[in-house]
Design a protein around this ligand. Structure first.
Ligand SMILES: Nc1ncnc2c1ncn2[C@@H]1O[C@H](COP(=O)(O)OP(=O)(O)OP(=O)(O)O)[C@@H](O)[C@H]1O
Ligand SMILES: [Mg+2]
Length: 341
């Protein structure tokens, strides 16, 4: 099991002594920002685990807290951010470490492919210079060793004619190739956890499919645990083992990707699926009516209630618990039928 929330966590900790810790474990993480308009509650009590070599997709509309969550895991949040909870990588809580130690672990233990990767490369340096710099920042390799590593990394991300590409500048590469270089840089020190924020959004569908293939081969060959943020259900269905659906900073549904997409239990997940069909499907797109709430003024009960056809009075007063609705599937909705062991 790779994605677990509040309840399964206790079951997991009972076995913790006899098993190696998961690659990544997030416990009750909340992130808020004090602003002139009030407290922006961007991430609210999020918990999950990702095992070695597994891919978790985080799915949600714009503003649901996906990037804030990933930046918090990496430890590069805005100075005003108030962060609570625990971010454990192979059992070590990164939020408890001194800042210098966290910087040291970034790259070697976990690294990130940022949203809008086209701006992640510096136009005035060659691919080789940028990868070498990224390798040397985190290791004691000589320039010569780092160059060899750069070539090895370009091969790993399946770039054609890697020797030739090393001397290229970013503008000489296609969008798909630039994205591969960005991923190569994130993999420079073979991190145990790779965070990827919308890594395929800017790419056309064919290139997107090849980059998703690359994520699959990375987890197979390096055993990297991957957290992939997307607003595209088709991307999650294509590449992930598990999926976590976020709405207004909360997890509203989670479980194995096939079950969640095949049998969604939360009305928001169902809405997302209707609005966001994969390639090859002919269903008409039906957008979810209304807008997500302002995170500085979250409604009292279920944040989705104002947009939900099935909302009852109770939905407007109490935030529903995340309840088990399938073997490994959980949903945060009072209409979801809780499975009792
Ligand atoms: N430094 C900050 N100060 C105040 N509010 C912030 C800050 N950073 C993010 N937010 C707010 O937190 C909420 C979540 O933002 P986030 O960037 O995580 O959304 P997202 O799910 O990644 O959306 P998208 O799909 O558009 O990338 C948004 O309402 C955003 O305005
Ligand atoms: Mg984002």
């Amino acid at each position: 099991m790779t994605t677990v929330l509040e309840r399964p966590l206790s079951a997991l900790s009972a076995r913790a002594n006899s098993e190696a810790p998961p690659a990544l474990e997030i416990r009750h993480v909340s992130v808020s920002f004090p602003t002139r308009d009030g407290l922006v509650r961007a991430v609210n009590d999020v918990s999950f685990t990702v095992g070695e070599g597994r891919i978790l997709a985080i799915l949600g509309e714009s503003g649901s807290g996906k990037s804030v969550l990933l930046r918090t895991i990496l430890g590069i949040q805005a100075p005003s951010a108030r962060v609570r909870g625990a971010v454990l990588v192979q059992g070590t809580d990164l939020l408890q470490l001194p800042a210098a130690e966290r910087v040291r672990l970034r790259g070697s233990l976990l690294s990130m492919v940022f949203q809008n990767p086209m701006t992640a490369l510096d136009p005035v340096y060659t691919v080789e210079q940028q990868i070498v710099e990224s390798v040397r920042r985190h290791t004691k390799m000589s320039v010569g060793q780092a160059r060899d590593r750069a070539l090895e990394l370009l091969r790993l991300v399946q770039i054609d004619s890697p020797e030739r590409r090393l001397t290229a500048y970013p503008f000489e590469l296609s969008g798909g190739m630039r994205q591969r270089v960005v991923i190569a840089m994130a993999l420079a020190c073979k991190p145990r956890v790779l965070l990827a924020d919308e890594p395929t959004t800017a790419l056309d569908v064919t290139v997107q499919a090849r980059v998703l293939d690359l994520f699959r081969s990375i987890r197979r060959e390096l055993g990297t645990a991957i957290v992939l943020v997307t607003h595209d259900v088709a991307v999650a269905a294509e590449v992930a083992d598990d999926v976590q659906v976020m709405y207004a900073g909360r997890v509203v549904e989670t479980g194995p990707v096939r079950t969640v997409i095949g049998q969604p239990e939360h009305p928001y997940t169902r809405g997302l699926l209707n609005a966001n069909v994969g390639p090859g499907h002919t269903a008409r797109l039906v957008a979810i009516p209304g807008q997500p709430p302002n995170p500085a003024q979250l409604p009292e009960g279920c944040a989705f209630a104002p947009r939900c056809d099935s909302a009852l009075g109770a939905c407007r007063t109490t935030v529903p618990e995340l309840v088990r609705v399938g073997a490994l599937q959980y949903a945060r909705c009072i209409h979801a039928k809780e499975l009792i062991d």
